[in-house]
Ligand binder design. Structure first.
Ligand SMILES: Nc1ncnc2c1ncn2[C@@H]1O[C@H](COP(=O)(O)OP(=O)(O)O)[C@@H](O)[C@H]1O
Ligand SMILES: [Mg+2]
Length: 363
């Protein structure tokens, strides 16, 4: 009997290219592929309405089916009611022993930091504070003068604020659709009012702003995509450099940053001591996935954001268990076929493993 693998997303659309390419490849695997939203699950009879990839027509077809045994979780939550409900269903699903996720996800940025700070990789994490209230925020700002605050459960550069103390003002900068928006506060009182308002909306963490500007004063970072192969072994799949807007804050591709080939970047930035940096990167990338799985839960792929500072220091800034795959498409199209096969290969591998080796995480 074929295995059943369901791609889970809040927006199951036949037009999604990544899903369609995986689906096409599924035909040469003993895997039946489905695409569904957690919102369409009825937990009572464990069925779901969605799409299944028809092996005869080679197309997504509407269908009602049993919840697939294997699940590739590609849900991206927002802060609305719909997301909250979907999250609860997914949590329920994760706790059901009869279903197996390719990856069980990562906890929020603060939990990640708290755990990883106690590991061998601790020197690579920028010091991070959980902002407890607006006076705490002001103290952190006065002490460090140039900081970034971002929601503990943020993604895609959402609600990332850059705060700077200047002689007679506090400058707050953030990224909106139209670009960078700045607000200057000349009195502590006004700043505190703003801070109170912002802290009501999300729980924030705070870090010193790392200096990661190019000569053109655009922020840049490294995005490395790690994933498991057909034997369940971690491998580096892709490495890219992301460059944000001039004078900008973010390097997220979803916020318009461009991406460049790592080797091209290296060749045009010869002054940087790449040998040293690469040695560090190698050891970080070897250890990180294993540490994450040891401390949290089983994963299938990880997108790691790394910043290389002006002083050539290397920092692990962010880890994503549901990374984007655009960088592969644009930079190494010859790898696309193996990108699309990866979830299928890994699903087959999982089916050969005993259930007891699975770590579902407890968050
Ligand atoms: N401490 C920091 N110093 C400099 N830039 C930062 C810092 N924290 C975040 N950024 C910028 O903001 C972007 C988004 O932050 P990140 O921690 O990756 O959260 P997410 O991508 O989940 O929104 C980063 O890619 C980076 O460009
Ligand atoms: Mg990020």
């Amino acid at each position: 009997m074929n295995l059943s693998l369901g791609i889970m997303t809040l927006t199951p659309q036949v037009t999604n290219e990544y899903f369609l390419e995986i689906a096409k490849r599924s035909l040469s695997y003993p895997i039946d592929l489905y695409l569904f939203s957690p919102q369409e699950i009825s937990p009572l009879n464990e069925t779901v309405e969605g799409l299944h990839f028809d092996r005869v027509t080679g197309k997504w077809e509407k269908d009602a089916f049993e919840i697939p045994e294997y699940i590739y979780d590609r849900t991206f939550y927002q802060y609305d009611m719909k997301s909250r409900q979907a999250k609860a269903v997914v949590q329920w699903l994760k706790n059901q022993k009869q279903f197996r996720f390719l990856g069980y996800g990562l906890p929020n940025k603060w939990h990640l930091y708290e755990k990883l700070k106690q590991t061998s990789l601790s020197p690579y994490f920028p010091e991070t504070f959980l902002v407890s209230d607006v006076n705490h925020l002001l103290n952190l700002l006065v002490k460090h003068t140039d900081i970034i605050i971002k929601p503990v459960d943020g993604a895609h550069g959402f609600a990332v604020y850059h705060l700077v103390v200047r002689p007679n003002e506090i400058l707050v900068r953030t990224t909106k659709k139209q670009g960078i928006v700045e607000q200057s506060f000349q009195s502590e009182e006004n700043f505190l009012k703003w801070g109170e308002h912002i802290l009501k909306q999300h729980t924030f963490i705070c870090q010193k702003r790392l200096l990661n500007q190019t000569k053109g004063n655009a922020p840049f970072d490294l995005r490395i995509l790690l994933s498991k192969d057909h034997a369940g072994q971690w491998r580096e799949f892709q490495r890219a450099v992301r460059v944000g807007e001039e004078n900008g804050i973010l390097t997220n591709i979803s916020r318009g940053a461009s991406y460049l080939s790592y080797s091209d970047w290296k060749n045009t930035h010869e002054l940087i001591s790449w040998d040293f940096i690469e040695e560090e990167l190698t050891s970080i990338l070897e250890e990180l996935p294993l540490l994450l799985e040891e401390h949290f839960s089983t994963l299938f792929e990880i997108g790691v954001d790394l910043i290389i500072g002006k002083d050539h220091s290397t920092w692990i800034l962010d880890m994503n268990s549901k990374p984007g795959h655009k960088i592969v498409d644009a930079l190494q199209p010859e790898k696309l076929s193996s990108l699309y096969k990866a979830p299928l290969d890994y699903c087959e591998f999982l089916s050969s493993q005993s259930l007891s080796s699975l770590k579902r995480g407890d968050f």
